[in-house]
Design a protein around this ligand. Structure first.
Ligand code: HEC
Ligand code: HEC
Ligand code: HEC
Ligand code: HEC
Ligand code: HEC
Ligand code: HEC
Ligand code: HEC
Length: 487
């Protein structure tokens, strides 16, 4: 080989190396969107840690924090893969790196993402990855819940199609009044004389909005549809006074702030865009504020078919979340001004009395709220002639045994423990008998309340008059200020 040829080869190699380096450099400037999302996530972590730096003392802690920041600064975006137990691979977290684990019962490494969301798990392109997502990003919508929550070919049966009816929340919810507005439909028609006696007009899964002429073409028809039937549904109904739609299971199980904006760690979700929960979390610890997105927002006037929002709504929305608010604001916030209530109706949360069967349905279709209700005041307090119904838990197949495990703040339930059962047969796994006395554990934070009993007290009730209206005649505390108890 001549000297010139060797030189030429060397020159050629040098040119190739240069070209490769230029290509690499260009590539790192025009990174793909998923790399940008990861970089954004790293930067968010760094900013958060730097914010912490000024608040901590101690050289050692400062050094550790600085080291942690350095590690984030040196991180390079890489494709993220979740390998599920069935061998499937998912790459959604490549962009959604910061997303919270949805709940301990749905661990990220065995459930993944598409079991609930659908979509294309291998795609690294936003559009194709999201194609065909159940409910367009809101998997709990009643139209898609059958696949996303009920179960699909990938994950098998989840909240539908099980042997135990109580485990089929998706099927049960199709019969709940809150999902269908069947109660409003039947009772309003009854009040206007269209059906006497009132009757059930819907089949499971139907909603009042599906009915062509819910008001038999009477002049109020339009207003009835728009002001009553179209709001507050568990799917698609607009939440009162907000530009956000209710979304099926999420309406209760994904907690939201008054603006419905996301405050979690996934940087892809715009902070100011309404339509999200506070974070990517499912919970059964539902505070009253979640129910009050629809309830206690104002007054429905059946005679004019109008909804009149409560006049203090802005103040209510500006209040701190329930775990941080004062006793006084809680008393002002829970019920609309003008409603009457007893102390426990506001001290406790809605779900401490209103049970799963009331909120999610029991498989029956009802024509009114009153028919659907399971809980009565005397279920907890007894009457002058009766005590609450006791139920001893003796089998692991007992619903209460299973239920007690889902909420992390309940004290462990033991075999032989005595819990309370409603007159309509629903077990309250959080209302326990201890040393012959009844106590209730609050679902949101485990706080323990003694349940005072009517029997043996000075109560002047008529044992045959047990509706809350009857009790409120003497036990109305709605105008009292709470004794602030050293707050
Ligand atoms: C290339 C990046 C990328 C990938 C890959 C990706 N996403 Fe997204 N995703 C985004 C961005 C960006 C948004 C925010 C869109 C917006 O601004 O509304 C988003 C929003 C969402 C939302 C909220 C939808 C809504 O209505 O706002 C869901 C749910 C979601 N993604 C699920 C998934 C799932 C499941 C996968 C995997 C199958 C996935 N994503 C893969 C980038 C991605
Ligand atoms: C158990 C079911 C379930 C699983 C598993 C799940 N999600 Fe979600 N995801 C939901 C629900 C429910 C929402 C709330 C939708 C709404 O607010 O309407 C949601 C919302 C989202 C959003 C919008 C932001 C938010 O928090 O509202 C994104 C993004 C998202 N999921 C991505 C993912 C990714 C990525 C995975 C896998 C790591 C995943 N999800 C796993 C049920 C699930
Ligand atoms: C998305 C709106 C919405 C949310 C959120 C909501 N509700 Fe309702 N609720 C309704 C509507 C609408 C009705 C009346 C339905 C009818 O009569 O047709 C109703 C009726 C009820 C009833 C009486 C009928 C029945 O089914 O027992 C109870 C009790 C109740 N809600 C409790 C709750 C509790 C507890 C929560 C929170 C865990 C809650 N609701 C959250 C809209 C909602
Ligand atoms: C109107 C409010 C509301 C809606 C909507 C709702 N849930 Fe529930 N859910 C509850 C309440 C209240 C509980 C009981 C919590 C407790 O007793 O600690 C509960 C409990 C649960 C539990 C725990 C096990 C059990 O049955 O107690 C699961 C699982 C569940 N819901 C799934 C769903 C699914 C799936 C959907 C949608 C198809 C849904 N929920 C819609 C209010 C609701
Ligand atoms: C201390 C227990 C308790 C608490 C807390 C409670 N309720 Fe009730 N609620 C009841 C009882 C009991 C009834 C049935 C009334 C009767 O027997 O006359 C009822 C009836 C209802 C009804 C149907 C009757 C009506 O008022 O038109 C709705 C809707 C309702 N509650 C919603 C809620 C909401 C929303 C919350 C939370 C803001 C809540 N409740 C908090 C015990 C409670
Ligand atoms: C799930 C069980 C439960 C149900 C249902 C229930 N309560 Fe209570 N009640 C309690 C608990 C716990 C307390 C004690 C905590 C408190 O005072 O807030 C209490 C306290 C009371 C007190 C004494 C309050 C005081 O001023 O010291 C009265 C009166 C009362 N309830 C009436 C009612 C009426 C009326 C209803 C029906 C609308 C009702 N309760 C439904 C659990 C319940
Ligand atoms: C005619 C008035 C009157 C009616 C109606 C009434 N109560 Fe009472 N109740 C009282 C009085 C008075 C007391 C004893 C003073 C007190 O503790 O507030 C009392 C005490 C109680 C207590 C015990 C409180 C404690 O701290 O020991 C409970 C629980 C209670 N009532 C529940 C009810 C329920 C539930 C109803 C409806 C079914 C009801 N009451 C109807 C007047 C009434």
């Amino acid at each position: 080989m001549t000297k010139q040829i060797r030189l030429l080869i060397l020159l050629g190699l040098a040119i190739i190396v240069c070209l490769i380096m230029i290509l690499l450099a260009v590539n790192s400037f025009s990174s793909s969107p998923w790399q940008e999302w990861q970089t954004k996530y790293f930067q968010a972590q760094i900013a958060e840690l730097q914010g912490k730096m000024s608040t901590i003392q101690g050289e050692e802690q400062k050094r550790n924090l600085a080291q942690e920041i350095k590690e984030w600064q040196e991180k390079k975006p890489t494709v993220q893969e979740i390998r599920l137990s069935n061998g499937r691979i998912e790459r959604c977290t490549t962009c959604h790196l910061g997303i919270e684990e949805i709940s301990v019962s749905h661990p990220i490494d065995s459930v993944g993402c598409t079991a609930c969301h659908g979509g294309n798990p291998l795609s690294l392109d936003e559009k194709t990855a999201h194609e065909g997502m159940y409910g367009g990003g809101h998997p709990g919508q009643l139209e898609s819940a059958r696949l996303s929550c009920g179960g699909n070919s990938e994950v098998g049966q989840c909240h539908s199609g099980n042997r135990e009816e109580a485990d089929n929340q998706v099927d049960l919810l199709a019969t709940a009044l809150m999902a269908s507005k069947g109660g409003e439909l039947s009772m309003t028609r009854y009040m206007y004389g269209l059906d006497i006696p009132p009757k059930v007009l819907l089949k499971p899964g139907e909603t009042a909005a599906d009915i062509q002429a819910p008001f038999n073409h009477r002049p109020e028809e339009g207003k009835f549809q728009q002001n009553c039937l179209a709001v507050c549904h568990l799917t698609g109904g607009e939440l009162p006074g907000q530009e956000v739609k209710a979304n099926g299971c999420e309406s209760c199980h994904v907690l939201s702030n008054p603006q419905h904006t996301y405050e979690g760690k996934d940087v892809t979700i715009p902070r100011s865009k309404p339509g999200y929960g506070i974070s990517h979390r499912l919970t059964v610890q539902i505070p009253y504020t979640q129910c009050n997105q629809c309830h206690n927002q104002g007054e429905y006037k059946v005679d004019t078919m109008d909804f009149v929002p409560r006049h203090d709504l802005d103040r209510v929305k500006a209040s701190p979340p329930p775990d941080q608010e004062s006793l006084e604001t809680r008393w002002q916030n829970v019920y609309s001004p003008g409603l009457v209530f007893t102390k426990c109706e506001v001290n406790l949360d809605c779900v401490d009395c209103h049970t799963r069967e009331e909120t999610m349905g029991d498989g029956e279709m009802y024509y009114s709220e009153w028919k659907a209700l399971k809980i009565q005041c005397r279920d907890c307090h007894g009457s002058t002639v009766s005590k609450p119904i006791e139920w001893k838990v003796t089998e692991k197949s007992d619903t209460a045994w299973v239920e007690a495990r889902i909420n992390p703040v309940f004290p462990p339930l033991k075999m032989g423990d005595v819990i309370l059962k409603t007159a309509k047969g629903e077990e309250l796994e959080y209302a326990r008998q201890e040393d012959g006395k009844w106590f209730s554990y609050r679902k949101t934070n485990g706080e323990k309340f003694y349940i005072p009993q009517v029997i043996g007290s000075q109560c002047q009730q008529d044992p045959d008059k047990q509706s809350s209206d009857d009790c409120h005649k003497c036990h109305d505390v709605s105008k009292d200020k709470p004794s602030s108890g050293g707050e």
